[in-house]
Design a protein around this ligand. Structure first.
Ligand code: SF4
Length: 70
């Protein structure tokens, strides 16, 4: 899995960091906008990443399910 984000569309709702804190952060010093901790999360994080993508109100999160682990 490879994760990416369109930083131009994030509206800083904070959902992603709440749902998948091992992959996304919404740092106060960044105005709560998305920060990606890793583009290649471990398999244990995949369900949370998919949920974060589904619940992102601005369609900012993208997942390439075919992306290699490294
Ligand atoms: S859930 Fe979407 S809109 Fe909300 S902070 Fe994360 S990327 Fe931005």
């Amino acid at each position: 899995m490879k994760v990416s984000a369109n930083y131009d569309t994030c509206i800083a709702s904070g959902n992603c960091g709440y749902i998948a804190p091992g992959v996304f952060r919404n740092l106060e010093e960044h105005g709560g906008f998305i920060s990606l901790i890793t583009e290649h999360p471990p398999e244990s994080e995949w369900p949370a990443v998919r949920r974060a993508k589904r619940l992102c109100p601005s369609g900012t999160i993208f997942i390439d399910e075919t992306g290699s682990a490294r």
